[in-house]
Design a protein around this ligand. Structure first.
Ligand code: FE2
Ligand code: FE2
Length: 452
């Protein structure tokens, strides 16, 4: 069963969709940003059993177009509106009422019961039993996770595994993920009140749940979920769960970057000594690349998304940490590894990008960045020895960030950006094309004494 959630407030939509998926069995929520996108999507695929639309302006006027489209083309589709006001107070809806209107703040139990009635399902009892919650959602929730967590032993038997009275450490989740346990259970009662608190906190613009994680907790969670994705991929397909875990890491990275911390602060927060190489490398890379995008004035949420996702997947075809440490063609050719393996390493940007190309939801730019991440401005890179004008601007930024991260990691996290830019070799290497522009802009900022 598919439900379309037309969202206008991202965080609120996350809470609503988590509530619906955990409390209504066999339902998949597709989140869509805004009414226009919803109409476009429905033109391609109208196989939805219910639409829940959050209005943007609180008065329902922005969703009328979507409602008209739905009622004229798929008339039997129940349309549930989430608004600040009742249908009678919205002129159009007063004469053409939708299936139901729910007034904010949303009570998740009422929402679930309206959806179940619309789907002609027997209502679930929400005061007993357990809800199944993906661990990736729990990882995003932060330290206000005041719910005891259970694992399911048999159909009716659950055992409490974590008594949570606040912070749940990253390791607590990683131990389940390592065993390929992607879901935990919580008492439905606790869960409903938790979601309601979450929705209220967002509505009142108090600090939304998940935002109280500090920098090192954030980077810890990103790197440990990436480590898991990487390990799991060596013996698994890129399953839905792994894709979601990657997505959760991307969102945590964007949250970190939007906290507007300086590069040095973010790097200090990464526990380079304890986190496995690829996890730490990819996390640092996402944060450095996004930070450079800010300095370049290229910062948009879409750019952050592409850069972070590329960072998390760029070395996905390398199973060994040692291989990911080889940065240049000569590093690989002088590594002493057998020639077949060397060829494989030299080809890993193609392999990783081919892997990404199979995932239809990943933007093409991510695929290009991954394919080009070992190219060099002077044409000495691999796998395609591209010249500088063949390297896209976003790839150039990524290559620049990848070099900086290489330096940071070789120095065990003690990186001094000022002395990095004093190296005359760097100017020779970079001074052309998009890389030149990046190099000069960042260097100017550093020379002006700005802490980037
Ligand atoms: Fe690589
Ligand atoms: Fe890499």
């Amino acid at each position: 069963m598919k439900l379309m959630l037309v969202k206008n407030l991202d965080l609120q939509a996350d809470a609503i969709s988590l509530g619906i998926e955990a409390l209504i069995p066999e339902i998949a929520v597709k989140q869509v940003s805004g009414c226009r996108e919803a109409i476009e999507l429905l033109k391609l695929d109208s196989d939805y059993q219910c639409i829940v639309a959050e209005d943007k302006f609180g008065d329902g006027t922005d969703v009328i177009e979507l409602f008209k489209y739905v009622s004229s083309t798929i008339s039997a589709l129940p349309f549930i509106l989430i608004s600040n006001t009742t249908a009678e107070r919205i002129p159009y809806f007063a004469s053409h009422p939708p299936y139901s209107v729910l007034i904010r703040p949303i009570d998740v139990a009422s929402l679930v019961s309206v959806i179940q009635t619309a789907l002609k399902q027997a209502p679930s009892a929400l005061d007993e039993g357990y809800a199944k919650v993906p661990i990736k959602n729990l990882m995003l929730l932060g330290s206000t996770l005041e719910m005891d967590l259970y694992v399911k032993i048999t159909e009716n038997k659950y055992v409490m595994v974590e008594k949570t009275d606040g912070a749940v450490a990253t390791e607590d989740f990683t131990k389940y993920l390592k065993r390929q346990v992607f879901f935990l259970y919580v008492k439905k009662e606790d869960f409903c009140s938790f979601i309601n608190r979450w929705l209220t906190s967002i509505r009142n613009s108090t600090q939304p749940i998940g935002d109280e994680l500090d920098l090192s907790q954030l980077t810890d969670r990103i790197s440990s979920s990436l480590t898991i994705v990487n390990k799991a991929l060596s013996f698994h397909e890129y399953t839905e769960e792994l894709a979601q875990l990657t997505d959760a890491s991307v969102r945590l990275a964007i949250k970190t970057i939007q906290s507007n911390k300086k590069l040095s602060e973010m790097m200090k927060a990464i526990n380079f000594e304890e986190i496995p190489y690829i996890g730490a490398h990819s996390t640092a890379l996402a944060l450095v690349a996004c930070r450079l995008a800010i300095i370049m004035d290229w910062a948009t949420s879409a750019t952050f998304y592409k850069l972070a996702l590329a960072a998390f997947l760029h070395d996905i075809s390398l199973e060994e940490d040692l291989w990911a440490k080889l940065e240049s063609k000569s590093d690989v050719l002088e590594s002493g590894l057998d020639s077949e393996l060397q060829q494989r390493i030299l080809n890993h940007p193609m392999q990783s990008s081919a892997f990404v190309a199979k995932e239809s939801e990943i933007p093409t730019e991510v695929e290009i960045i991954i394919r080009q991440h070992h190219e060099r401005a002077d044409g000495s890179g691999f796998p395609n020895s591209l010249s500088t004008n063949e390297i896209t601007a976003l790839s150039a930024l990524f290559i620049f960030a990848h070099d900086i991260v290489g330096n940071i990691m070789r120095s065990g996290g003690r990186f001094d950006i000022k002395s990095y830019f004093l190296n005359p070799e760097l100017a020779k290497q970079y001074d052309r094309g998009s890389l030149g522009l990046l190099y000069r802009t960042v260097k100017t900022q550093v020379n002006l004494g700005h802490d980037i």
